[in-house]
Write a protein that binds this ligand. Structure first.
Ligand code: TMP
Length: 236
């Protein structure tokens, strides 16, 4: 599979068309941003780690009957994925309070919820990815009710699978962001990435942050945290 044309360059990835219109190539970059691009930096080796971690987790999900866009890893930083139309929703699942949840509702980090929460942001950089509810998504024609229901079911199922997977490697899955895409046939499948950029991972025993919060909050040892997550995931 060869890259034919650059389709889109985002903050952390570049997407290329291939000679097969059903397939795209995703290339993961080391560039890191936070706060809608206001903070910029580089996390050396991040692209390699996020590619490998995403591909590994997508294959685990596939085994549990979750349809994903993943087709094949073709290099350290590149994977072939299905060409889907991304639904412009950031779907966020939370198991433990942290980040914008703690800030918005004035609660400390680390409160374990009785059941997970879900929220949606409208994926639009110019607007700063504003939080929206299902009615807004319908009004904006972002997705149909059936599609939203499907996305919610898939997101909670993915949470169950990943939560128990990470438990085995002594990591608490605090929260994470998913994106879904629609195939030409109209099927909703998991797209984008699942990595330390898009999840909060805390060591189960020490509660040490092993994700992009180390970059967002200038906690230091960012590269080491990403490498630690990769070694726990790829080994298991
Ligand atoms: P938040 O607490 O900042 O809303 O983030 C919730 C989760 O979503 C966290 O695991 C990080 C992830 N996330 C992204 O992947 N991309 C984003 O642009 C934001 C804001 C959060």
């Amino acid at each position: 599979m060869k890259k034919v044309r650059k389709l889109y360059e985002g903050k952390a990835k570049i997407v290329y068309e291939t000679e097969n219109q059903n397939c795209l190539i995703v290339e993961y970059k080391d560039e890191a941003t936070a706060f809608n691009g206001a903070k910029k930096g580089k996390i050396t080796g991040k692209g390699v780690i996020n590619n490998r971690v995403t591909n590994h987790l997508m294959q685990i999900l596939e085994k549990e009957n979750i349809s994903t866009h993943f087709i094949k890893e073709i290099s350290e930083r590149e994977a072939v994925v299905k060409n889907v139309k991304i639904i412009p929703l950031e779907v966020i699942i939370r198991n433990i309070s942290a980040g914008s949840f703690s800030k918005r509702y004035g609660v400390k980090e680390g409160i374990i919820f009785d059941s997970p929460t879900i929220e949606f942001s409208y994926k639009n950089d110019n607007l700063g990815d504003p939080l929206i509810n299902e009615y807004h998504a319908l009004a904006l024609n972002i997705a149909s009710q059936d599609e939203i229901d499907r996305i919610k079911n898939m997101a909670f199922k993915i949470n169950d699978i990943l939560k128990s997977y990470f438990k085995r490697v002594e990591v608490d899955l605090v929260d994470f962001k998913l994106e879904f895409g629609k195939t030409l046939a109209g099927e909703i499948i998991l797209a984008d990435e699942i990595s330390p950029d898009t999840c909060r991972f805390w060591d189960s025993k020490t509660h040490k942050k092993l994700d992009k919060d180390r970059f967002r909050q200038d906690l230091g040892n960012v590269e080491e945290a990403y490498a630690e997550m990769m070694s726990r995931i790829i080994k298991n």
